[in-house]
Design a protein around this ligand. Structure first.
Ligand code: 1CP
Length: 364
């Protein structure tokens, strides 16, 4: 698909912020903005299994648009899917258990299990439903806001494939790092190769910006993060951008979210990512200083603030925007995904406040 196949964009605030261009206010979106906190999503989930929604482009489009229709204050849409579609494409079974989360009936136990993964992954074919959903959503958005694509990062995906689902200690996947480092690197490289192709293909389908989720980055020591995460994150940004260039596709902005990896900020700022997404444990002043102003920052309100009073939400948003600045290199978001039991009215308050305060701070 070429840019001319899609309706013209009416709101490019997030793209400008990502490129370091001035903005009249900081743009805003919410990680996991389409999901269980919305009654319209829960209703659809009663009728359809999670991965059926992901695999049916018309349903994925519908769900992606739910928060955009409800909140005209959102400045971006993110395609409805999950990071675990890549392990599925590699041949592993993943189920989504309502109220519990993802479950792999046969996770990888020892490196011998890597033989169960496909030796060649036909990304175009295995993940065609994601690309179709992106193209359909881009059209349905009618240029209201840009559409973001995404992928899990190699270490986070490896951890899910070995743990078999969510985990507190990650001791099974860490056992691989500390007993089978060679095979761990082999798995991480295999994931990286698929992720690069997957992201490029998302742009070809119409994604206007990409985010990489290293949700379990903070579980690693700084040394292990460097060995098992950073080297692959570096490959992803450089290879995606060079492939986009050779294929004459738009060089879209890329965001990296490494939850918990505060120590890596100066290094992350020197990779070819345009945006660094921050969790709420990082002080804005520290983040600005550690990244040196050459990248855009995204984040980072504690998602639980949305359980607070209107007054508390307003106070936190104001302090956050004042600290990050509103007219350049800043995208408002939460520090992690929105929680399923948040009241959608509080989300409305949050978004309206971001607009109001964002405009005011940008004018100062
Ligand atoms: O943001 C959006 O609106 C787009 C949709 C989206 C995204 C970007 C979903 C839908 N999942 C994701 C990414 C994702 N999935 C991440 C990275 C972001 C993060 O750290 O939160 C991770 C770690 C997952 C894995 C996953 N999928 C979990 C976490 C499990 C754990 O505790 O380790 C869960 C609960 C899911 C299920 C899921 N994904 C998305 C939704 C709406 C849901 C709920 C499923 C349901 O309806 O039952």
């Amino acid at each position: 698909m070429g840019e001319t196949d899609f309706p013209p964009l009416k709101n490019d605030l997030i793209l400008r912020a990502a490129r370091g261009e001035p903005t009249e206010r900081a743009p805003v979106w919410i990680m996991r903005q389409a999901g269980r906190y919305l009654p319209e999503f829960r209703q659809l989930r009663e009728e359809h299994d999670f991965f059926t929604i992901c695999r049916t482009p018309s349903l994925a489009t519908l769900v992606t648009l739910q928060p955009i229709d409800r909140y005209p204050t959102l400045d971006a849409a993110i395609i409805f899917s999950d990071i675990l579609v890549i392990p599925q494409a590699l041949g592993l079974e993943v189920e989504m258990i309502p109220g519990k989360g993802p479950h792999f009936p046969s996770p990888l136990v020892t490196p011998a299990d890597m033989a169960r993964l496909k030796s060649f992954v036909d990304v175009e074919k295995e993940l065609s439903y994601v690309f179709e959903a992106i193209t359909m959503t881009r059209k349905a958005l009618n240029g209201r806001v840009p559409l973001l694509g995404f992928s899990g990062a190699p270490w986070t995906l490896m951890a899910y494939m070995i743990e078999g689902g969510g985990s507190n200690s990650l001791h099974k996947s860490k056992t691989w790092l500390y007993r089978y480092p060679v095979e761990s690197h082999e798995l991480l490289q295999k994931l990286t190769d698929v992720i690069v192709e997957y992201l490029v293909r998302q742009v070809k389908a119409g994604a206007q910006m990409l985010q990489i989720f290293e949700s379990w980055g903070g579980e690693l020591s700084p040394q292990d993060f460097s060995t098992y995460s950073l080297s692959y994150l570096t490959q992803i940004s450089t290879r995606v951008k060079s492939t986009l260039r050779t294929q004459s596709l738009p060089i879209v902005p890329m965001t990296i979210f490494c939850k918990g990896s505060w120590y890596a900020l100066p290094t992350l700022a020197n990779l070819s990512y345009d945006v660094i997404s921050l969790d709420w444990t990082i002080d804005p002043a520290h983040a600005k200083q550690a990244t040196g102003g050459g990248v855009t920052l995204q984040g980072n309100m504690d998602p639980s603030i949305l359980y607070g009073t209107e007054e508390k939400i307003r106070k936190t948003v104001t302090e956050m925007i004042e600290a990050f600045g509103s007219n350049k290199r800043y995208i408002v978001n939460l520090g992690h995904g929105i929680l399923p039991t948040v009241d959608p009215e509080n989300v409305k308050i949050f978004l309206e406040c971001v607009h109001e305060v964002g405009r005011e701070v940008a004018r100062r």
